[in-house]
Design a protein around this ligand. Sequence first.
Ligand code: PAF
Length: 284
Amino acid sequence: MCIIKTIKEVRKEIRKADDGKEISIGFVPTMGYLHEGHLSLIKRARKENDLVVVSVFVNPTQFAPHEDFDSYPRDVERDYNLAIESGADIVFAPEKDEIYEKNSLTFVNIEGEITKKLCGKSRPTFFKGVTTVVAKLFNIIQPTNAYFGQKDAQQVAIIKKMVKELNYDINIIPCSLVREHDGLALSSRNVYLNNEERKQALILSKSLFTAKEMFLNGEKNVQKLKQFIINNIKTQNLADIDYVEIVDAKNLEDIETIDRTALVALAVKIGKTRLIDNIYLEVE
Ligand code: PAF
């Protein structure tokens, strides 16, 4: 098997594996430059499905013109080897023109607050790009189960909504965020950080962990927890906060008191690199 670049070919390979039987297809969509977080999704998909398909596609429609589409790290050969070692059967890595017609006019867009808050505030076209490409990939691969990292908790909530509202017969399986030994959330963008930035970036997970301790010790006030995290992050001179929010974990709606399981989510620029991280505060 080698890297598959066309829709026709990937469909043919899936049909070949399927061969008229009802097999389960696990799908892990990625933008490549795979790290342990992605590999954990692939390994889980391997355990739970007959066939595992991984896509590697840096999706242009989810980047705004001023963002890092051109410089986003890419190494498809390395991704292919890592994906196969982790249990993938098929690696689909199409070029842009294979996925998008020239001047294409069809997009999938979820209206409402869910795509406008948190990351949607500073990246207003981001989720339209994500839902469009994920819908296309779902149509191409037609998976049984699709695996997404909880690091992008808002993305998971939005994709779940899309799947429900567009009647896709696909199980969306959120998987735990994976961290480096010192707490930094794994991200393909971590390669942009120099030593000093990498050190200062630890303030994100440290603040989240301490906020969780405060919550476990009885602090339920959203404003107080948020302010604590903001003040903590501001101690680092290279950190520029995009947002720190605490919302209902299920629907991402605003809350004032943590009386149901909450998602604490943040996005912070460290130098030029925008990082996101989150943690759940669980209420039985
Ligand atoms: O999470 C990502 O890497 C991307 O947003 C996704 C889901 C692969 C769509 O391009």
